[in-house]
Each structure stands twice: as structure tokens, then as C-alpha cells.
Ligand binder design. Structure first.
Ligand SMILES: Nc1ncnc2c1ncn2[C@@H]1O[C@H](COP(=O)(O)OP(=O)(O)OP(=O)(O)O)[C@@H](O)[C@H]1O
Ligand SMILES: [Mg+2]
Length: 264
């Protein structure tokens, strides 16, 4: 499903202060089945943008359309969070089945679907465990299984691998790529990792500081299917330097604007 972000803006009301303009006039299109990574300075509004796409909060103005339709985004999307957001007192299988339960899918059926996705993520042996009995990497596998279980058109991922160690991250990245290649979902993936973006994405969008907008739309040239070996491609180092420079410029500009605000 194609995601069309049309001139969306969002401010937060701050008591006794000017509203915080986070996103302003941001437009982008993500094609059906495309894997797009988003990088940008810390605090620029990446999670706010994802929340608008996921239907958690509406934009103040502008529109998000899914293949031309202006539907409730929550029905089209699932979000994978950095901190897993699993319910501690539920078993893993019941966590994964939660969206199906809310939709009224009968218990037997929703457990079968949940088990299938736990198998895809290689953690079916932990179906009856509680989240706290699992490692960070396993919990995030459960987070991805939960997102897939509701069969969303669009998968929204907010720094999903930021909290796991480097080896686990590499494994999860490769697993995510193989799941994506099989299911062909449209994916929007926020990361602070330039290398991660170049490994995963068809396109990388670089965002500016607040109010945020797209300052670069880079097409990643590496062939699919990809593995972590892509780092050995000489173009990888070039693109990494290029993206790092864009990100550094955006971050410095954001810090400069903030310093000006504080001193004003
Ligand atoms: N509910 C809210 N009310 C007020 N301000 C908010 C709210 N949520 C976020 N903000 C502010 O909006 C700005 C953007 O936040 P957001 O979490 O979208 O940024 P981000 O790019 O995801 O940051 P990070 O890189 O740290 O994940 C920040 O300055 C944040 O403090
Ligand atoms: Mg964030």
C-alpha cells in the first residue's frame, strides 16, 4: 500500500509558552512494498511523524493517504516500538495475539495465527513465557511478530533495534529483511544508525531539525536480497559519509536554532 504524506504539520501546546512546532509542511510518498528509513537529529519529530502515520494523533493540518484513501491510519498500520511495549502479565503468544483479540477473533484462531508469526521470528518455544523471561532480542522478535499478526499493510518501526547488542541487531536486521522480502509490506523504519539505514532501505529520508521536513531523499543502490556483507561495497562507505554530512548539518542547524531560542 502506497503512503502519501501531504503537507502535514503538528505542534504541541506547551503551558505558558509558544506552541512547539515539530512538523511543518512535510510531504513524502512511500511506494507500495517499499522499505524507507528515516534519519534525523535527536528530538526533530521522527516519533511524532510515525505517530501521525499510525493514527495515534492526527496532524493539525495536511493529510495522510493510503493508496489515495484517507482512512483511519490505525487500521492500515502496526507499530514496532524501541522498548517492545509488551504487556508484562501476558504470555508472549497472548501479547502477539492482542490486536486479533481486540478485533474479536476467536481464541483458537488467534493463537494459531500468533504461533505462526512466532515461528517466523524463531521464538515459538517461548510462546508461554512472560516478556521479562526473554532477552531484549527475543522481546523485539515478539514485538515484530505482534505487529505482523494483525497483517498490516504498512509496518511502522521506531528505532526497533536501538536497545539490543550489536550481534543481535545484525541478526534481527537480516531476519527483518527476509520477512519483508517474503511479505512485501510497506515499511517505514526510523533509526539513528546510518549503516542500518543503508543496509535495510530502498530509500533514506533525512529530516531537518524542528520544525522538521525532508532535506534529502536518497535512493540506496544495493541489489536485493541483501545481507550484512553490503558494508563491503565501496559505495557503502561513500554513501555513509554523504548521509553523515547531511545529518551533521541538520543536527548543527537544529542546535544553533535552539541556542538562539534560549538566548532570545
Ligand atoms: N506529547 C508531547 N507534548 C509536548 N511535547 C512533545 C510531546 N511529544 C514530543 N514532544 C516534543 O516534540 C519534539 C519531537 O519529539 P519526537 O519524540 O517526535 O522526536 P524524535 O525525533 O522522535 O526524537 P528522538 O530522536 O529522541 O527519538 C521534542 O522536542 C519533544 O520533546
Ligand atoms: Mg523518537
Amino acid at each position: 500500500m502506497r503512503v502519501e504524506i501531504d503537507q502535514i504539520s503538528k505542534s504541541y501546546r506547551i503551558p505558558d509558552a509558544e506552541p512547539l512546532r515539530v512538523v511543518e509542511g512535510l510531504s513524502a510518498t512511500i511506494e507500495e512494498g517499499e522499505f524507507v528509513c528515516i534519519i534525523g537529529p535527536s528530538g526533530c519529530g521522527k516519533s511524532t511523524l510515525l505517530g501521525m502515520l499510525g493514527g495515534l494523533h492526527p496532524p493539525d493540518s495536511g493529510a495522510v493517504r493510503f493508496s489515495g484513501r484517507r482512512t483511519a491510519s490505525g487500521e492500515m498500520t502496526s507499530i514496532v516500538w524501541q522498548d517492545y511495549a509488551l504487556i508484562p502479565w501476558r504470555s508472549i503468544v497472548d501479547n502477539v495475539a492482542i490486536a486479533l483479540e481486540l478485533r474479536g477473533v476467536p481464541k483458537r484462531e488467534r493463537r494459531d495465527i500468533a504461533m505462526e508469526h512466532l515461528k517466523t521470528m524463531g521464538i515459538e518455544a517461548f510462546a508461554k513465557s512472560r516478556p521479562q523471561q526473554l532477552s531484549g532480542g527475543m522481546r523485539q522478535r515478539a514485538g515484530i511478530a505482534r505487529a505482523l499478526a494483525s497483517d498490516p499493510e504498512v509496518l511502522l518501526m521506531d528505532e526497533p533495534f536501538a536497545a539490543v547488542d550489536a550481534q543481535t541487531r545484525t541478526l534481527l536486521q537480516e531476519e527483518l529483511l527476509s520477512v519483508w522480502e517474503r511479505h512485501q509490506k510497506t515499511v517505514l523504519f526510523i533509526t539513528h544508525g546510518i549503516e542500518e539505514a543503508l543496509l535495510l532501505a530502498d530509500r533514506v529520508l533525512v529530516l531537518s531539525g524542528r520544525p522538521t521536513r525532508v532535506v534529502e531523499d536518497l535512493t540506496v543502490p544495493f541489489a536485493r536480497p541483501r545481507t550484512a556483507d553490503v558494508v563491503q561495497d565501496p559505495r557503502f562507505a561513500e554513501l555513509k559519509t554523504h548521509l553523515w554530512e547531511r545529518l551533521r548539518d541538520a543536527t548543527l542547524a537544529a542546535e544553533w536554532a535552539e541556542a538562539k531560542e534560549v538566548s532570545a
